[in-house]
Design a protein around this ligand. Structure first.
Ligand SMILES: *[C@@H]1O[C@H](CO)[C@@H](O)[C@H](O)[C@H]1NC(C)=O
Ligand SMILES: *[C@@H]1O[C@H](CO)[C@@H](O)[C@H](O)[C@H]1NC(C)=O
Ligand SMILES: *[C@@H]1O[C@H](CO)[C@@H](O)[C@H](O)[C@H]1NC(C)=O
Ligand SMILES: *[C@@H]1O[C@H](CO)[C@@H](O)[C@H](O)[C@H]1NC(C)=O
Ligand SMILES: *[C@@H]1O[C@H](CO)[C@@H](O)[C@H](O)[C@H]1NC(C)=O
Ligand SMILES: *[C@@H]1O[C@H](CO)[C@@H](O)[C@H](O)[C@H]1NC(C)=O
Ligand SMILES: *[C@@H]1O[C@H](CO)[C@@H](O)[C@H](O)[C@H]1NC(C)=O
Ligand SMILES: *[C@@H]1O[C@H](CO)[C@@H](O)[C@H](O)[C@H]1NC(C)=O
Length: 717
């Protein structure tokens, strides 16, 4: 098992800072951390001012939601639940998100954790009934580095020196903070999803030569500690692509957690938009992709010669030195198309706005802005990577800057080449909330399926807000994560990533656990998946920013999480730990590989177990893989009635993936007091040919009141 497990957190940008600026950035934390975006989970309009508006100022329209379901908010936002955040630690000093007023109750007696005190972390001062646990795990990190942690740079303590862990913790369960904003952007009342839940922070990620990384053994030690402490939910905004499922520490640690009834929510990764990029792929964890919300920070690029206006994004704060028409120069004509540091000619750039290209792995807008500034430029127009499509990443720009799409960059580039005196200006529109473009949309960077280890287990499971999320930040790191360039300090920061999406789901899971204490982690996950929605605020299918087309299950899983409907799903697909062991047998793992998951001294003999196929795991979604045309695949499921009515009949509505025939047997399930759990199967037949490698449809069980939806994906190999 390799020791280095890079965190999925942070900004896409941040990942690149260290490499782009080199020596100048020596105290930079960068990482593989992709950017973290948190989006807000959509709530019904009547919840807009209730308990979990998260960090959004506005809620998606009510037509996206069921309407008649009980309201989670009335359950007190997760009262009594403890959410473990395994991350870069927590920064509570002067952070209102981690305060508790005198009415905030102590954690339940079943919670056995506490805060440790160190030189830089005063538990007496920082911990309270909101922040009830703070510990740190570093031995794996030191072993990996081959030397001790340099405590001048990062003390051995739970203190967050990167920002990521503070952001994710406050998103999951931060206290209500009126007037929260980032340099004025996104101003409003910030609060975590489960505002009444408690936070226990476990620092497992540390600086590593400019990157934040999380050693496998530290992650496992942190998870075991959280389990022993008696937490209810574990939130893991970290991960990495691994060769086997048993190489994912998150999957290994989570197996022990779910056996003790602890829900484990994870980030899908920021390696999109390519296929097979999702990580955290075990069926017992919740794998969360990132979506946008209906809040934007537009920065318009207006070209001279009546060449039009292009909509970009920015979190710039300060004087707009690019607010009137100024000469525009293409970076490539001034020494560097990518506006690399030290490569732009001052003669060409001074007093001008500079157009810079961007790529997925070399672009850090902040570094490009610093390069433009160093060369005397007064504004920048920076392209997002070509593969990111319509995704616009907002940055805490240090110079008047608009980040625009690659397509618009091409247009503006041609303008610079077509006239002798190109000019442009940038207009900053501040915070805008409206329906254009539609929301939610799947973030282009959000990692996608299929599942590399078990293609029959559909991943990711769902999407949640992960673009431009406002949440608490550390004082030890600038908002751009580039301390050398940027010495600003902020209480809140706006960042993007599946790391931001994960804690939204963690908070919802905590609320569900409080509302439905008898539900297993699988039942909680099923409730979220089968009630997720697939329609945006325009009433159309949720789109993928990478393509502009409707997103499919490999991008959005079952859809966007809907906390209210998840409270009353009607039916759930339940699963036991033993079912998961059978699943590991069906993957072909041998007893020593399975022992890595069970980790309790027991030996699994797969030969004594029922022979099941991977696709027969009682998963709330279907993924069918055809090896040849004309093939027929059957998968079995069991549904448990958790609705208020014991005697209830459900009928199925089938939408077959194009190019397949899909049958469900039986098509009617009549539940009663004796038959609370009923079996059914689906059979999917491949047509002779398919126009595409993947097609999708769905099945929906309904009693006229509940809609229990599962996506069905067909893959032709
Ligand atoms: C820790 O905080 C408490 C409460 O604010 C304070 O009384 C104590 O002196 C602090 N300890 C140290 C070592 O600063
Ligand atoms: C620790 O970091 C500080 C500050 O960057 C540096 O001056 C010092 O040399 C480092 N110590 C060691 C042992 O590397
Ligand atoms: C944020 O909103 C509050 C309440 O509307 C207002 O009092 C405050 O001035 C605003 N702050 C900023 C920075 O816009
Ligand atoms: C830090 O991250 C960058 C970008 O991912 C990578 O190139 C570099 O090797 C990493 N450094 C270490 C020490 O892992
Ligand atoms: C991005 O990184 C990969 C692998 O490190 C490299 O092969 C590729 O050329 C890079 N792309 C660009 C545009 O720099
Ligand atoms: C699901 O299965 C678990 C483990 O057998 C059980 O405790 C739970 O009551 C079942 N039902 C639900 C709705 O979680
Ligand atoms: C399981 O497979 C691994 C990898 O092939 C092998 O090293 C190990 O010895 C096997 N264990 C058993 C009990 O067969
Ligand atoms: C289910 O189907 C039966 C038989 O077709 C029908 O009588 C019943 O109304 C249907 N129930 C629902 C909720 O659609």
């Amino acid at each position: 098992m390799d020791k280095n497990f890079l965190i999925v957190l942070s900004l896409l940008n941040a990942a690149l800072v260290a490499t782009s600026v080199g020596a100048e950035q020596s105290d930079e934390v960068s990482t593989y951390i992709v950017h973290v975006v948190h989006a807000h989970a959509a709530n019904t309009a009547h919840l807009a001012h209730a308990h979990y508006t998260s960090f959004l100022q506005r809620i998606l329209p009510s037509h996206m939601h069921g309407g008649s379901a009980p309201r989670l908010a009335s359950n007190g936002g997760g009262t009594g639940a403890v959410i473990a955040i395994l991350d870069t630690g927590i920064y509570p000093k002067g952070r209102r998100s981690f305060t508790a007023d005198s009415s905030f109750p102590p954690p339940p007696r079943t919670f056995r954790g506490h805060c440790v005190s160190t030189r830089s972390f005063n538990a007496t001062a920082y911990c309270n009934n909101k922040l009830v646990g703070a510990k740190f795990f570093y031995k794996g990190h030191e072993a990996k580095m081959g030397h001790l942690i340099n405590e001048t740079q990062e003390s051995k303590s739970p203190l967050d020196t990167e920002g990521h862990g503070t952001h994710t913790a406050s998103t999951a369960a931060g206290s209500v903070v009126p007037g929260a904003n980032f340099v004025g952007y996104a101003n409003g009342t910030a609060q975590g999803m489960a505002v009444r839940a408690h936070i226990a922070s476990y620092k497992v990620c540390w600086r590593d030569d400019g990157n934040a990384s999380c050693a496998t053994s530290d992650i496992l030690a942190g998870m075991n500690e959280a389990i022993a402490d008696g937490v209810d939910v574990i939130s893991l905004s970290l991960g990495g692509l691994k060769p086997q499922l048993y190489n994912e520490p998150t999957s290994l640690g989570a197996f022990n957690a779910i056996r003790r009834g602890i829900v484990v929510s994870t980030s899908a990764g920021n390696d999109g938009p390519g296929t097979y990029t999702a990580n955290n792929l075990a069926p017992w964890v919740i794998t969360v992709g990132a979506s946008s919300i209906d809040r934007r920070f537009p920065a318009h690029v207006v070209l001279g010669h009546n060449r039009g206006t292009y909509i970009g994004t920015s979190l710039y704060f300060g004087q707009n030195t690019a607010g009137s028409f100024l000469p525009l120069v293409y970076g490539g004509d001034a020494g560097s198309a990518l506006c690399e540091y030290g490569m732009l000619s001052s003669n060409m750039v001074t007093g001008k706005i500079v157009l810079c290209y961007g790529t997925k792995n070399t672009t850090n807008p902040i570094v490009q802005e610093a390069a433009v500034q160093q060369a005397g430029g007064v504004g920048a127009i920076i392209s997002i990577a070509p593969e990111y499509g319509d995704f616009l990443q907002s940055s805490a720009d240090i110079l008047p800057t608009s980040t625009i799409t690659f397509k618009d960059t091409e247009t503006i580039h041609s303008y610079t080449q077509s006239v002798a005196d190109p000019v442009a200006r940038i207009d900053f529109l501040g915070t805008v909330i409206n329906q254009s473009p539609s929301a939610p949309r799947v973030a282009a960077f959000s990692s996608r399926g299929p599942n590399r280890f078990a293609p029959e287990i559909l991943k990711p499971d769902m999407i949640a807000p992960g673009v431009d999320i406002l949440a608490a930040w550390t004082r030890e790191m600038s908002p751009t994560m580039a301390n050398v360039i940027d010495n600003r300090r902020v209480e809140f920061n706006i960042i993007s990533g599946t790391s931001m999406a994960c804690p939204h789901v963690s908070g919802i899971a905590a609320m569900l656990k409080v509302a439905q204490p008898s539900w297993s982690p699988a039942a909680i996950k099923s409730a979220m998946m089968t009630t997720a929605y697939n329609v945006d605020n325009d009433g159309n299918a949720i789109k993928d920013m990478a393509t502009g087309q409707a997103a499919g299950p490999f991008e959005l899983g079952s859809g966007h999480v809907d906390p209210n409907r998840a409270l009353d799903p009607g039916l759930v697909y339940n699963t036991t730990a033993d079912d998961y062991i059978t699943f590991l047998c069906s993957l072909g793992y041998n007893s020593s590989q399975i022992a890595l998951f069970t980790n309790d001294g027991s030996t699994t003999d797969c030969l004594t177990r029922p022979r099941r196929s991977v696709g027969d795991l009682n998963y709330p979604a279907f993924s069918v893989v055809f090896a040849r045309s004309g093939e027929q695949v059957t998968q079995r499921r069991a549904l448990t009635n958790v609705g208020a009515n014991t005697n209830v009949v459900y009928n199925v509505t089938i939408t077959a993936p194009p190019g397949t025939t899909l049958t469900v047997t039986p098509t009617r399930l009549a539940f009663d007091a004796q038959r609370r759990t009923l079996d059914y199967s689906i059979t999917v037949s491949a047509g002779a040919t398919s126009s595409s490698e993947h097609q999708w449809g769905s099945i929906v069980w309904s009693d006229g009141q509940h809609m229990v939806r599962s996506p069905v994906v067909a893959t032709w190999q």
